[in-house]
Design a protein around this ligand. Structure first.
Ligand SMILES: Cc1cc2nc3c(=O)[nH]c(=O)nc-3n(C[C@H](O)[C@H](O)[C@H](O)COP(=O)(O)OP(=O)(O)OC[C@H]3O[C@@H](n4cnc5c(N)ncnc54)[C@H](O)[C@@H]3O)c2cc1C
Length: 435
């Protein structure tokens, strides 16, 4: 059995207004749709279903936002981490094109939703910047800007001077800027999204681990320890946390994604002189490395950054020391910076690094594998899944559906994956020559 869930000691957990707990499911209830998993994707799906007039139940195994959605860096990024738009189009044709457009619009989708539903989540649509860590990567940024612009994204290439002005350091060489991105307090966003769902009649149950589901007439029966929901449609939005609460639920999906721990940490509030010199425009920043350097401010001028380490021995202390040294390397004014909160969460990595969307059976949907970039995507995807469930034709939607692809020798894959990623990170030190 997995260990009993606890909240991580995250910044977001410390600063976000609590939410009245939703009661566990007891007895059998009926709805048009039931969503399993109360993260950004599950709640966005539920909200869009309810907006379309469908009665919807959300079953969360622990508490809303306990998965990746309440622990992430809160960067709202309208791109994928490891897949380029043209690869999606090559693989999925017109559906791939629609999916790329969905990604290009995804940051705007999230910020508009927060505004429309009056979600108080410290949202700052200040833009997302991907600085290049070598001159060769500036050419990569140039290619990316050209590609994203073809799909309607207002991406811009910043040269080194413009980059230095944006960041307050010349540590990077230029890069891609997208003004539609930005950052949020992700846990506040989740809780606000839940409130928006409830205003539209969505019924939410927490502490309701789904243990299984089965066909029931022309719909489904989704079971928890003390109850069940009968519904025409089911959405499984448990992502990289699919086996975190019970190992008996949806092993196929759990085994199609490797959860890798990503560490996050936040500084105390920076004094105004330092803050004004360093990323004065408060953009969200994550660079071109595989061993990503990323940071953003929270509403009280704390820098929220992170990293990853191999192994578990003293992992929190090692990753914090590493992140502190890296921040100081780029910003000498941050020499010796310490962190008040250090926490981690599971990032769902797939073998092909694509997000995977599945139609497991009629009226049974799921997705996994954000590969580290799912804040904006999961919200946009929730809207798209709701459109599919409301009966819009699949060939008009941005849902590149694939079969579930459980990994062979999964326990070994899970143990080996961190080393493979560490090996991939070695490429960060090798210059590239993109055409
Ligand atoms: C540390 C970290 C930093 C990240 N930073 C960023 C970032 O800055 N920008 C970005 O774009 N992306 C980022 N990501 C990725 C992003 O957070 C995820 O892609 C996104 O939150 C996924 O949302 P979700 O709703 O699909 O899944 P989750 O938020 O993981 O939700 C799944 C939910 O399912 C529940 N669940 C599991 N099993 C069951 C069950 N049997 N019954 C009922 N409920 C169940 C879990 O409790 C959980 O709440 C980061 C991820 C991590 C972990």
């Amino acid at each position: 059995m997995p260990p009993a869930p606890e909240w991580p000691s995250s910044l977001w957990n410390a600063v976000t207004a609590p939410r009245a707990a939703a009661a566990p499911l007891r007895g059998t209830i009926e709805a048009d749709a039931v969503v399993v998993g109360g993260g950004m994707c599950g709640l966005s799906t539920a909200l869009h279903l309810a907006r379309g007039g469908l009665s919807t139940v959300v079953l969360e195994g622990f508490e809303l936002g306990w998965g990746a959605s309440g622990r992430n860096n809160g960067q709202v990024i309208p791109t994928m981490s490891a897949v380029e738009p043209d690869a999606l189009v090559r693989r999925f044709g017109e559906t791939g094109e629609r999916f790329v457009h969905l990604i290009a619009q995804s940051a705007t989708t999230l910020f508009d939703l927060a505004r429309d539903e009056k979600i108080d989540c410290e949202a700052e649509q200040t833009g997302w910047y991907q600085p290049a860590h070598s001159p060769g990567r500036v050419r990569l940024s140039e290619n990316r800007v050209a590609t994203w612009r073809r799909f309607g994204a207002p991406a811009e290439l910043l040269d080194r001077d413009a980059s230095t002005r944006l960041l307050g350091t010349d540590f990077w060489h230029g890069g891609m800027f997208n003004p539609t991105g930005g950052h949020i307090n992700p846990l506040a966003f989740v809780r606000g999204l839940a409130a928006a769902c409830e205003r539209r009649g969505v019924v939410i149950h927490e502490h309701s681990i789904v243990t299984g589901y089965a066909r029931d007439g022309d719909g489904w029966r989704v079971a928890t320890a003390h109850g069940a929901v009968r519904a025409r449609t089911v959405v499984l939005a448990t992502n990289a946390y699919t086996d975190a609460l019970t190992t008996h639920f949806e092993r196929r999906i759990a085994r199609s994604v490797v959860p890798i721990l990503s560490w996050q940490m936040s500084t105390p509030p920076l004094n105004e002189a330092v803050r004004a010199a360093l990323v004065p425009g408060r953009q969200a920043v994550s660079d071109t490395r595989a061993d990503l350097r990323f940071f953003r401010y929270d509403a009280r001028n704390r820098l929220v950054t992170g990293g990853s380490v191999l192994g578990t021995h003293k992992a929190a202390a090692r990753v914090a020391a590493n992140a502190s040294a890296r921040m100081a390397e780029a910003f000498p004014g941050l020499e010796g910076v310490r962190f008040t909160h250090v926490w981690n969460g599971r990032v769902g990595i797939t073998l092909d690094r694509h997000p995977h969307i599945h139609r497991l059976a009629p009226d049974l949907w799921s997705w996994v594998g954000c590969n580290g970039r799912g804040v904006a995507l999961s919200v946009a995807l929730g809207r798209e899944l709701a459109r599919a469930i409301r009966g819009e034709p699949l060939d008009t939607l941005a849902l590149p559906v694939t079969d579930v692809d459980p990994m062979p020798f999964y326990p070994i894959a899970r143990r080996v994956a961190p080393f493979v990623l560490a090996w991939l990170k070695r490429r960060d030190h090798v210059e590239i020559n993109p055409r």
